[in-house]
Write a protein that binds this ligand. Structure first.
Ligand code: ASP
Length: 419
């Protein structure tokens, strides 16, 4: 019997995962079947994430350095840079603006009282994260011994070193052609390993979704109903309308084409809540299904996975206004402008791992004098909300690679292919 395509297998596995998770939820975590099921799902889910993380750092390192080096042939390096940064900034600004508009209109949190959450906040102490310190730490973390960064799995520092190495390969030209070739082969081999890891994706995604849905506290979701509705609504608006529209306007590609081609990555992001862990899958979708040239994908996607986070940015803005409403503080226009800017920095600085946005959220709250302890209210539901925002974070990177390709390499008048 012929198996359905991997893309379809992953979709079916996700649906089964959600259904089984819901069934386990109704049985309760004390049920013997659920205990065994959750243990097995835990093993399979962790194995899948571990395999993705195993290949992540070699992939980031090789794809960025080779991506930059190969851009030499198009003499478009600086145009790709500039377009990528403009795209990242512009789409994050749109996401935050949508979040702020919706939060001002629907006022989530007003009508609730902070005392209702006294239990959740008790004993929770938020780690101080003032903006200047955060910024200094962020800058400091950009550059470090590359061997240490590779060994510790510090994605941002690996990205920065690989960028510099890529530029050095371009500048050095033929002098470093062997190293260039070696890195190219290393990249090809990492992509081959990603292909093998993907055979486990249906099982891994199903296992992760079973666990996620079976153990979540849905009560808390309903208590924060309006806030959750605003976050989900704006996140979907950005992911289903804004990003596909940007793609359509620039490339004339349809939303259906986008979703069909990126389904594996979007489902992996949803199930893992980690843009970094999803990165190998994102690279595969972008280069193999959406036909982005490896030199563009190799630059835009890993960089995007670490700094381009539309879902996180809009979430941080809505959450800040929610907490202001909860404690009865009306934020002025200027204060909302501060929220706008800090939400952007916080999203850029958040690593692509589960709930990273919650940590950098403290900085946004502190910037306008809101109590950082209030994020204790959001923590119990964060794992659920993180699924969607990570999916939109990843989708932003995918759309970014298509947009940047169209505006740079596909712009016919500018292409100069070196001999
Ligand atoms: N989990 C998100 C990501 O990996 C970051 C966040 O917590 O917002 O993209």
């Amino acid at each position: 019997m012929k198996l359905p395509s991997l893309n379809l297998q992953i979709l079916l596995a996700a649906i089964i995962g959600v259904l089984v998770g819901m069934y386990f939820h109704t049985l309760g975590t004390e049920h013997q079947l659920v205990k065994v099921g959750l243990y097995t799902a835990g093993l399979a889910g962790t194995l899948f994430i571990d395999l993705l993380k195993m290949i992540l750092i070699p992939l980031v390192f090789c794809s960025i350095s080779v991506g930059i080096a190969n851009l030499r042939a198009h003499q478009q390096m600086h145009r790709v840079w500039v377009t990528t940064l403009i795209y990242f900034t512009a789409t994050m600004m749109i996401a935050i603006s949508l979040g702020l508009l919706a939060a001002n209109y629907f006022k989530p949190g007003s009508g609730l009282h902070i005392t209702m959450f006294a239990d959740a906040m008790q004993g929770f102490e938020a780690k101080q994260l003032p903006l200047p310190e955060f910024f200094a730490q962020f800058l400091h973390g950009l550059f470090m011994n590359p061997f240490e960064a590779l060994a510790k799995g510090n994605v941002l520092a690996v990205v920065m070193f690989a960028l510099i190495l890529g530029v050095a390969l371009v500048v050095g030209g033929d002098r470093f052609k062997h190293l260039h070739r070696l890195l190219q082969e290393a990249l090809d081999i990492t992509m081959l390993i990603v292909r093998w890891v993907m055979y486990l994706a249906p099982l891994g995604i199903m296992a992760l979704l079973i666990r996620l849905i079976a153990v979540q506290d849905v009560m808390m979701l309903s208590m924060l109903g309006k806030f959750v509705a605003v976050v989900v609504g704006v996140t979907l608006l950005h992911g289903v309308v804004v990003l596909p529209l940007v793609l359509y306007v620039v490339t004339r590609k349809s939303p259906w084409w986008l979703f069909h081609g990126s389904r594996e990555a979007l489902l992996t992001a949803f199930a893992t809540s980690s843009s970094s862990a999803t990165l190998p899958v994102t690279m595969r979708c972008v280069t193999q299904r959406l036909h982005v040239k490896p030199e563009i994908a190799g630059f835009v996607v890993p960089l995007g996975a670490t700094i381009n986070m539309d879902g996180t940015a809009l979430y941080e803005a809505i959450a800040a206004l929610f907490i202001a409403n909860l404690v009865g503080v009306e934020l002025s226009f200027v204060q909302q402008l501060i929220v706008f800017l800090t939400a952007m920095i916080a999203a850029m600085g958040a690593p692509g791992i589960p709930s990273a946005g919650m940590v950098t959220m403290v900085m946004v709250l502190q910037s306008v004098g809101l109590p950082a302890e209030a994020i204790a209210i959001l923590l119990p539901i964060d794992r659920l909300l993180d699924t969607l925002r990570t999916t939109v974070n990843v989708q932003g990177d995918i759309v970014g690679s298509l947009v940047v390709q169209k505006l740079t390499l596909d712009a016919p008048s500018k292409v100069v292919v070196a001999s």
